[in-house]
Design a protein. Sequence first.
Length: 263
Amino acid sequence: MNTTPATTDQTVPPDAVTIVPAAPGPVPLRNPEGMWAFVITTVGLTAPGAGGRPTDPDPDPARTDIASLFAGAWLPAPPPATLNRGDVVVRLASPADLDRTRVDVEVLAAHEDEWRSVRIPPALDTRWPHHVATTVLSWMRALADEAARTVTRQAFTTTLGTGSAHLGPRPDAPDALATLIDAGLLAVGDRLRWNGNTATVCHGGALAHGTEPHELCTSAVSTLATNLATPVTVNGRHLWRHPREGRTLAQLRAGLASNRHPH
């Protein structure tokens, strides 16, 4: 596989590969054989300003190392978007002129009930991670923020005693864990762990960090992980691990998808 091994950085999952930092040679220009896309688990930008974005409002990727860290995992097939809401992937394809030194990079986000193409920059070279890093980060943050708003609304309506089914997160709400709870793969009160941190699973799929009381469960999976991983942005489903099961949330989710859609 034309990628470098993962680093020892705790924001990069052990089974992920790191594309940046890397020498130009190992940067892939095509998906490996049999792989559908590269799901981004970790992205960091250089010269971060407010919000983790470069201080230059219009950086030129051709001359600037926009990405300080770009890592993820290859997916052999497109997973159900409804179960993978909040994920952002890149797909590498041959450009129209079939130039083997160039690549068309499609960025897709699992949003609503579909994999939505959000950008397709054509004919890039091995610096393509720097061209798409800000797009990837922006979508990861936006989807995580959407999930955080959903679980926060659920927490407050429940606390006030005004919660109802239509106010809470749907079972497949982005980043929420309600689907895994409903499937019996997680339970309210379970403790998730990552990098010395603990998060408690709450009603509706929210998380409580550390010793926070359960009525203040207003964190979502990737939002909490990114807050702990700052300045990089992470996909928390590939980091939080169920200590009893020994698997990450992404692995639990993949098992659920396999059971629902057997090959």
